[in-house]
Ligand binder design. Structure first.
Ligand code: CP
Ligand code: NVA
Length: 300
């Protein structure tokens, strides 16, 4: 079975560092290799996307390859034929599969039956490319540190779970500030807590979550597939809005991250998103670079 990225814990800490090194060399132009020359990559989307779609298609082209964009209208994943059969068929045409979909189990099934690497471009459970790119953005802006204090505010979702996955491999103090009943995935939380070098705090107090943070992160309160719960979630999570008065509780040089798309005025205010501490567009750019690093690593 080829190596895949179904979630961050498919890699070791050493491999993540290697991916960051490859990414750095590609971003700076030191490495302009084209490991996808003459090859095609399937990009399957059963959910909407701007960043993931465009950064993958552009990255694949920069690596010499051809991206084949596929929506659920054509393949009807798991309905028209099994995920396993779709994986077997695609493996006969293409060299890698990037998939964004709802169920993590579909991505894992694809990785089990494909004979080419699979990259998870977001599921309800995790968003590994995003958080690898985000940590690369932190290192780029702040340099190396033994243990960053990362504060995540709002809905405990696929982004939160991926931060926890990273904390299970890379030492950090991860403080998750969320409302009661919005806790992250229990198994992923348990694995992160098992890393003695990381400290994981779950709190319902936004000020406790953000105090002395180096990195302050938020995401939409209602993820794709949950938009109908938006009103109810907003009621419960409104105290975790990232606004200037809450941001003042973090370190004065704390960087603000958001995976985007943002719902301005809900989880984050314009003032913070457009303010001097915001690195959200550097973060969005780095999706391109990190994914090239991930693809090159998986093709080796
Ligand atoms: N951050 C992110 O994955 O954006 P898209 O949903 O637009 O791909
Ligand atoms: N949590 C969000 C992330 C979007 C990139 C969602 O799943 O919709």
């Amino acid at each position: 079975m080829p190596r895949s990225l179904c979630q961050i814990t498919d890699f070791s800490a050493a491999e993540i560092k290697e991916i960051f090194e490859i990414t750095k060399r590609m971003k700076s132009g030191q490495d302009s290799s084209k490991p996808l020359e003459g090859k095609s990559v399937a990009c399957i989307f059963t959910k909407a996307s701007l960043r993931t779609r465009v950064s993958f298609e552009v990255g694949i082209s920069q690596l010499g390859g051809n991206a084949v964009y596929i929506t659920d209208a054509e393949i009807k994943l798991g309905q028209r034929e099994s995920v396993a059969d779709a994986a077997r068929v695609l493996s006969r045409y293409i060299s890698m599969i990037m998939i964004r979909t709802f169920k993590q189990s579909d991505v894992e099934e694809m990785a089990k039956y494909a004979s080419v690497p699979i990259i998870n471009g977001l599921t309800d459970l995790v968003h590994p490319c995003q958080i690898l790119g985000d940590y690369f953005t932190v290192l780029e802006a702040k340099g190396e540190k033994d243990r960053f204090v990362v504060s995540y505010l709002g809905d405990a979702n696929n982004i939160t779970n991926s931060w926890l996955n990273l904390a299970s491999l890379i030492p950090m103090e991860l403080r998750i500030g969320t409302a009661e009943g919005f806790e992250p995935d229990a198994a992923i939380l348990k694995r992160a807590k098992a890393n003695a070098d990381s400290k994981i705090v779950i709190t319902h107090d936004p000020k406790e979550a953000i105090a002395a943070a180096d990195v302050v992160y938020t995401d939409v309160w209602a993820s794709m597939g949950q938009k109908h719960l938006g009103q109810e979630k907003a009621e419960k999570l409104k105290g975790f809005q990232l606004n200037s008065s809450l941001l003042a509780e973090a370190n004065s040089d704390a960087m603000v991250l958001h995976c985007l798309p943002a719902e301005r005025g809900k989880e984050i205010t314009d003032e913070v998103m457009d303010g001097p501490q915001s690195k959200v567009f550097d973060q969005a750019e780095n999706r391109l670079h990190i994914q090239k690093g991930i693809m090159k690593f998986l093709l080796n």
